[in-house]
Design a protein around this ligand. Structure first.
Ligand code: ADP
Ligand code: MG
Ligand code: MG
Length: 870
């Protein structure tokens, strides 16, 4: 099997095999761009490595050396050679880009002898030893797990000793000394000397990159971005070019358009006399790309040309890495650039206007999930105007964040778990911080530019970020930072504005988001394209209104029980539950009826005459009862009952397994009065609203939950129909209403042909359907599912992403059987999955009519539904 490819043997369509970086390096080479020679070891080699029990087998090893040989011929240099040594980088590159999550080693091939040769050849001792010390540092970190920071400490100590500030002021002798110190440190920590044999260095580096596929931050990133662990990473071995050889050398990163706003203007940063990660790591604050025009005009012009060629070629905004060696430009990477949601929408719309892409392509360019960041509250303009910023820095990733100051990722996690909102303030972030960045409202860094780690990662996750806020003085140990003479302590509230880069020393009011401009235009394309209807799950007029504003075409699920929890209602509800006779129960229900009717009036109105599906009471009754002794006494008093009697009622209602207990349709079977009351509320509200709005055509949809059997559904439906028809007759109104069911018990899915005889619509309640199909409770599963992820038994949470194999099979079967009986049966989904893009794609494929999701997921679902149709 072929495990290795020269860059010129590959192309952009081979990303599965070569990884994204490898495929694009190949493509750029084929386009005739200046790419240093190299070869790629395939992702299949990586999976084979894991199959062989974390060993690189002989077949792969042989091919690596064969290709090293080819690389040596191409470049005219030899690894470890004393006359003309080849130095290489060893770079990871998965199929999906995972910026900064895996590892890269530069300057490999240097050892105590080769470094001398390089110094002589380049007549540049400082450069040679700078490269060597970097190599030791990266090798130690990536291969041996010795944290980079510990080497940085050695550098800082030396700088302090020399009384200098910048790395640039380190002399050749200083670099030599660093190499000695680094090697000593290496030996003392690892009890072996630094490996001198270049081929050994190479194999160990390759193996380390394979291994980095499974490091904790890569695993976290994969889970967050839903990347399967079976993919593996490719490894690129590439001839080094040097940005650290002097002042006519440099390295940089650029985007063809602004990744934060989407503005059509080359956007990037570079550093002269620097290597690799220097720009991204935020160690020195880099220069703006425009300044390169003066410093290296030829390279700049060439670069601008390449940018536009690449963007046209890939028909997408590109994120590129380059190095300039003695005035000559080299391209080291290109990929579709990560961007904020704002930028994504602007770029998509602009590219359509430029005639570069079709609207379908535009729709595919934006990740549905990303829209989420546009739907959350923004700062109130007025409040913002009044507030005085304490500092201003780079607007690295838009958004409005307001929260308590924390200084580390761990703190951020702890505090959010304790229910606090936090803003993570860091000198600079590193890949280890990713989880903390994820939970924080926003990230504020002291160092680093727009392409720093913090900025890139924040944009990737749609989190708010302000970067490079140099006026901030960190006193982490003392628990505060200062600006001027003001101190801001851990736990103090600050606000940061990711769109302007302003930092405020106070909380600032926020307002809800709206859909307008590019966003609106883009969503219109989505609506034209999709065939799935998008509804919402909403229990209050307020939620319903929000969802309607976000484009919901109806309500797929009103959970009526949520209305029973507050204020006077819970009292009436409790009265009903403890009632001994149907008579008493009716009396209690009569108190609830007007409140519930009112709710429905509000919801119908908020939805502007669009369809509304109301689900009848679902949870086990005991959920409404008082839990503590004190509460019981208080309630008994209020209800004129003896506390011991009430206690008895509560005890009687206890169930060992409430999720499988007296709930759903079973309540209506035992207490048909409840279904009667709810029907009255639904129909009376509809009559009222219909009279008010003669232009609407209300057709309430009544949904009976947790049905598993035709006869139980029939029994309740009869109660509903009798009550409804009675009311309509009395009111002398013609009004269509529909009675359907949720499909959430596997038995109902299996007997869908029978159920469809009576049910006019099915709505797949995939939360319950998932828990009942797997046989584990969704409230308890969290505790053991994490073991399933750790042990690679499951990769995804089946409550977040629909289990298409198992639960999906039931749904497919149910759809088929339901349609056999009732060809025009209306089909939808209303579990959490209704807002998950991947699950929505499934719903489209199996022929559902609609998905229903929470209000804030409605735009996401609209886009996902469009993508499913393309
Ligand atoms: P990441 O995936 O984290 O971006 P890369 O493999 O792209 O890691 O490497 C990081 C940086 O190292 C590159 O942006 C580039 O500046 C530098 N680099 C990698 N390979 C070479 C090379 N062959 N010559 C010069 N610099 C290189
Ligand atoms: Mg890179
Ligand atoms: Mg349910």
């Amino acid at each position: 099997k072929k495990y290795t490819y020269l860059f010129r043997e590959g192309n952009e369509n081979m990303r599965e095999l070569l990884g994204g970086k490898g495929a694009n390096l190949a493509e750029m080479s084929n386009l005739g761009m200046p790419v240093p020679y190299g070869f790629t070891i395939t992702t299949e080699a990586c999976t084979q490595y894991y199959k062989d029990g974390e060993k690189i087998n002989d077949e792969i090893k042989e091919q690596i050396f064969e290709y090293l040989d080819k690389l040596e011929k191409q470049s005219g240099k030899k690894l470890g050679d004393k006359e003309n040594p080849l130095l290489v980088s060893v770079r990871s590159g998965a199929r999906a880009s995972m910026p900064g999550m895996m590892d890269t080693i530069l300057n490999l091939g240097l050892n105590d002898e080769v470094v001398e040769t390089v110094a002589e050849l380049t007549k540049n001792e400082r450069f040679a030893y700078d490269s060597y010390r970097r190599f030791i540092q990266m090798f130690s970190d990536v291969v041996m797990g010795l944290n980079k920071a510990r080497f940085e400490k050695i550098i800082d100590d030396l700088k302090a000793k020399r009384g200098i500030e910048s790395d640039l002021d380190l002399t050749a002798d200083d670099m030599k000394e660093l190499v000695v110190l680094f090697k000593q440190f290496y030996e003392s920590e690892l009890l072996e000397s630094f490996p001198q044999e270049p081929k050994e260095q190479l194999m160990r580096a390759i193996e380390a990159v394979f291994k980095s596929w499974d490091n904790p931050r890569a695993i976290y990133y994969r889970r967050m971005n839903n990347i399967p662990s079976s993919w593996g990473t490719a490894v690129n071995v590439q001839m080094m070019v040097f940005g650290n050889m002097g002042n006519d050398c440099g390295t940089g990163v650029a985007f063809t358009r602004n990744p934060s706003t989407g503005e059509k203007k080359l956007y990037g940063e570079f550093l002269m006399n620097a290597q690799g990660e220097d720009v991204v790591a935020g160690v020195r604050t880099p220069n703006k790309i425009d300044e390169l025009k003066e410093i290296a005009p030829d390279a700049y012009d060439q670069f601008v040309n390449i940018c536009s060629t690449l963007e046209k070629h890939y028909r997408n905004m590109q994120d590129m890495e380059f190095t300039i060696e003695k005035g000559k430009l080299f391209m080291l990477q290109t990929r579709n650039g990560k961007r904020t949601a704002q930028a994504a929408l602007k770029i998509a719309c602009d590219m359509v206007d430029e005639g570069m892409i079709t609207t379908d392509e535009a729709l595919m360019m934006v990740e549905p999930q990303q829209l989420d960041s546009l739907l959350h509250p923004m700062f109130d303009e007025k409040a913002l105007k009044k507030a005085e910023p304490i500092a201003s820095a780079l607007p690295a990733s838009p958004g409005a964040a307001c929260g308590e100051i924390v200084f580390s990722a761990d703190e951020a996690i702890q505090q959010t778990e304790a229910g606090h909102k936090v803003v993570l303030v860091r000198l600079e972030t590193s890949p280890e911080d990713i989880e903390g960045m994820h939970v924080a409202e926003g990230v504020l860094t002291v160092r680093g530019g727009m392409t720093s780690h913090a900025a890139v990662v924040a944009r990737g996750m749609g989190a708010c970020c302000v970067a490079g806020c140099g006026v901030l003085n960190m006193h982490e140990e003392e628990g505060y930072f200062s600006v001027g003479n003001k101190k801001y302590f851990r736990g103090d509230v600050i606000s940061i504005d990711g769109s302007t880069g302003n930092v405020y020393g106070e909380a600032i009011k926020t307002v809800p988001a709206t859909i307008s401009g590019n966003f609106e235009r883009f969503m219109r394309w989505a609506d034209e394209r999709r065939t799935l209807e998008v509804r919402t799950n909403a229990d209050t007029p307020r939620d319903a209104k929000q969802a309607y504003d976000f484009g919901a075409q109806g309500i797929g699920l009103v959970r009526t029980e949520h209305m029973f929890f507050d204020g006077d209602r819970i009292k009436a509800m409790r009265e009903m539950i403890v009632a001994k006779t149907a008579e008493q129960r009716r009396k209690a229900l009569d108190k609830i009826l007007p409140m519930q009717r009112n709710d429905f009036v509000g919801i119908y109105e908020a939805m502007n005459g669009n369809p509304v599906t109301i689900r009848y009471l679902d949870p086990p009754l005991h959920e409404f009862l008082p839990k503590t002794k004190e509460d019981i006494v208080a309630l008994a008093h209020e209800m004129n009952m003896r506390p011991q009697d009430l206690e008895q009622v509560v005890a009687d209602l206890h169930e060992f397994n409430p999720m499988l207990g007296h709930r759903g349709v079973r309540l209506a079977v035992t207490y048909p009065e409840i279904a009667e009351m709810q029907t009255k509320a639904v129909i009376e509200a509809a009559i009222l609203v219909q009279k008010e709005h003669s232009e609407w055509n209300l057709e309430p949809e009544i949904m009976i939950p947790l049905v598993g059997d035709l006869n139980e559904f029939k029994y309740v439906k009869k109660v509903v129909v009798r009550t409804a028809d009675d009311l309509l007759k009395k009111a002398n109104m013609k009004l269509n209403y529909h009675v359907g069911t949720m499909i959430e018990i596997p038995r109902a899915a299996l007997l869908s042909d029978q159920i469809a005889e009576e049910a006019e619509f099915f709505c797949f309640g995939t939360n319950d359907l998932t828990q009942l199909t797997y046989g584990f409770s969704r409230d308890d599963a969290g505790a053991f599912l994490s073991d399933y992820y750790d042990k690679r038994i499951f990769e995804q949470d089946p409550f977040v992403h629909l289990d298409q194999q198992g639960v999906g099979r039931l749904i497919r079967y149910s759809v088929k059987k339901g349609k056999e009986t009732r060809p025009d049966i209306h089909l939808g989904i209303c579990g959490e999955h209704g807002g998950d893009p991947e699950s929505i794609e499934f719903c489209h494929r199996v022929g559902l009519n609609y998905v229903s999701c929470s209000p804030f997921r409605v735009p996401i679902a609209r886009l996902a539904a469009a993508q499913a149709a393309i």
